[in-house]
Design a protein around this ligand. Structure first.
Ligand SMILES: Cc1ncc(COP(=O)(O)O)c(C=O)c1O
Length: 407
């Protein structure tokens, strides 16, 4: 495909106008929206309003007058619409790590005769770290991890919880949510889905797929801003059977009754712990509002097409890179990853040329294909620059081997 042909695809793209909702800096091709989403233009005004008017002028009255207090539920309901859940099945709180801890410790005791929390080796490490600590809170529980290909076969009568990341952070490989949830259910186990690399780009139908528990990040494809709070999903039928181990006052049935005894709030609100982070929630709400009017099927179709263009151009022009993401549409998420022994240096050389992707140790360079704001010409240009870097081996310059704190 030529650059002009890529441009023509952009011109015909029904989602093209959505790009204008984002601030995309000049000279930058931003292929890292699966790590930190780009800034929605509306966030700037919204955050300024919350700070200057709601906080600055109205002060504490804004908990009621600006409805700060209901932001976790309100933003949760908007996220629910993106993931195929009912509005009252999602709440925004804490970080993905903390929400995972709450769900494991709350859900595991429902089936006390089952001792195993099963997960995938090489799952995102925070999930495994949190799981390793959470099982210590539940008498008799242990964490077991198996290779990806063995996950399905490892579900058995001792499985209590199956913890899986829907789209793998490194390879982009996607699990079949409906099939694995059904398999776990048939064996008497429950599944917790980490949707961090799916929500906002990859089709999700939590209710239709029978999902019962899920968590996910707010700062990736949901564009909530750095460190945006996370979301947590509990299927309606389970909500009143689970009690969060973090029994904060915001999850109490009557937080402002100031009583000594803990009475969990009805529904998912019991999974709140402390005071909601109002400024961060405002950023996340603006990020989620950027999806307004977007046809989610069209969004996924565009993601898949961006991937296919990237994969084809890279195969032709960067033959030293090995694509490790699945070629099959239904088996992958919205990023494309390549293995190379010098992936770190290649990534740094790309960043120096304005192509921002990221590196995942030990040898992967990864590109997020955010269909909300990326275009076909962006992909064409990114691969063009990558081909030049690879062809001339400019990545060998010593400055590209220098590591920062965050790599
Ligand atoms: C799959 C997955 N889960 C969890 C996290 C981290 O979540 P948090 O920092 O919000 O706890 C990430 C971050 O990249 C992730 O990719």
């Amino acid at each position: 495909m030529t650059r002009d042909e890529a441009r023509a695809l952009d011109a015909a793209d029904p989602l093209r106008a959505i790009r204008n909702r984002f601030h995309l800096p000049d000279g930058i091709l931003y292929l890292d929206g699966n790590s930190l989403g780009a800034l929605p233009k509306a966030s700037v005004g919204r955050l300024a309003e919350v700070v200057t008017r709601e906080w600055g002028e109205a002060l504490i009255r804004s908990w009621n007058d600006a409805d700060w207090i209901d932001a976790p539920q309100r933003v949760g309901a908007k996220i629910a619409a993106l993931i195929g859940a009912k509005p009252h099945e999602v709440i925004v709180a804490d970080s993905t790590s903390v929400n995972l801890f709450k769900l494991i410790v709350a859900a595991a005791p429902l089936t006390p005769d089952r001792p195993v929390l099963l997960s995938e080796k090489g799952n995102f490490h925070t999930d495994l770290h949190i799981a390793s600590g959470a099982v210590e809170m539940v008498p008799g529980m242990r964490l077991e991890t198996v290779e990806r290909a063995e996950v399905e076969g490892a579900i058995g009568e001792d499985t209590n919880l199956l913890l899986l990341t829907h789209t793998h952070y490194k390879s982009g490989a996607k699990f079949d949510m409906a099939a694995l949830t059904a398999k776990a259910k048939a064996a008497g186990a429950r599944t917790i889905w980490d949707l961090s690399h799916s929500a906002g780009a990859v089709p999700l139908a939590l209710n239709a797929d029978g999902a019962e528990l899920a968590i996910g990040c707010g700062y990736k494809y949901l564009n909530g801003g750095p460190g945006a709070p996370a979301f947590l999903y509990i299927a309606e039928h389970l909500q009143d059977r689970l009690i969060s181990p973090l029994r904060g006052w915001m999850g109490h049935a009557e937080p402002f009754a100031f009583t000594d005894d803990y009475v969990p709030a009805p529904g998912i609100a019991r999974f709140l712990a402390g005071t909601p982070p109002v400024l961060s929630l405002a950023g996340l709400e603006a990020g989620v509002d950027a999806f307004e009017g977007v046809d989610l099927d069209a969004l996924w179709g565009k993601s898949a097409a961006l991937f296919e263009l990237f994969a084809a151009l890279a195969a032709e022009r960067c033959p030293d890179l090995t694509c490790i993401s699945p070629a099959e549409r239904n088996a992958r998420g919205s990023h494309i990853s390549f293995a190379h022994p010098h992936a770190f240096e290649i990534c740094q050389a790309l960043i120096a040329r304005g192509v921002i992707g990221d590196f995942r140790a030990p040898d992967v360079v990864r590109f997020g294909l955010t269909p909300l704001y990326l275009g076909f010409e962006d992909v064409w240009r990114a691969v063009d620059i990558m081909a030049e870097i690879m062809g001339r081996e400019t990545w060998r310059e010593p400055r590209y081997a220098v590591r920062g704190k965050v790599t």
